[in-house]
Design a protein around this ligand. Sequence first.
Ligand code: ATP
Ligand code: MG
Length: 252
Amino acid sequence: MEAVLVKDLHKSYGKVRALRGLSFSVREGEIYGLLGPNGAGKTTTLKILVGLLKPDRGRAFILGHDVSNRVEALKNVGYIPENPVLFRNLTVREFLEMIGALRGLSREEIEEGMYRYLELFELEDKVDEPSSNLSRGMVQKVLATAALMVRPKVLIMDEPMAGMDPESQHAFKEEIRRLSKQGVTSLISSHLLDMVERLCTRVGIIYRGRLIAEGTLKELREVIGEDSTLEEIFIKLVRGGGEDLNPGEVSD
Ligand SMILES: Nc1ncnc2c1ncn2[C@@H]1O[C@H](COP(=O)(O)OP(=O)(O)OP(=O)(O)O)[C@@H](O)[C@H]1O
Ligand SMILES: [Mg+2]
């Protein structure tokens, strides 16, 4: 079964056509990198997947559940939003306990999951701090903890490593790889192409609301040229606007 399936999504904000027939799918256990320039439609896509936005047309599924049926579809999902927001008046512990409780975890599961990831991110000593006292990177780590501790089968992450220090980025990537081996699927939007190149098993490049290329790094290199880095591939594809590339991959 596809872990994530996006079919012909269209979404406009007033006159701005953010998605114009976007389709792609992610298999179970894959680590899929969603790339694209600013404004390409990545966040819009991820928000549709987690039920925060409704598409104008098209459908999206997570583990076979239509995301318009939010409760069923989101049971197995961990989400890291683009804009880091926490409840300022809650401590880290209170915030994570609330997330765990909303997801139906037991007290023991919450405690176990929370400390496992706070330790991974070296944040245990902040557990009783109000969220408003945290640095930007620390907030990002709490959000990552919240997404990971619910034992998701599918992780949907919008620029998850923004602001994280190198050690935590490393720990985070290792954890994504470990989870992938257990069948957990990751869909990651990012501009950190070096990271994507090393971590992701497949990438999709979105440009103006459409998929212009997709494949493993090896497959993309076959189109652009051997030895190219993901950065070179990205720039070449986006400059070309996908016009003359892989018509089979372009969803129209
Ligand atoms: N709430 C909104 N109201 C109006 N326009 C919006 C809104 N959210 C996004 N857009 C527009 O939709 C398009 C796609 O935006 P989106 O946030 O999905 O891009 P993105 O690929 O995530 O970009 P970035 O790399 O900068 O995060 C852009 O043109 C953006 O200006
Ligand atoms: Mg975005």
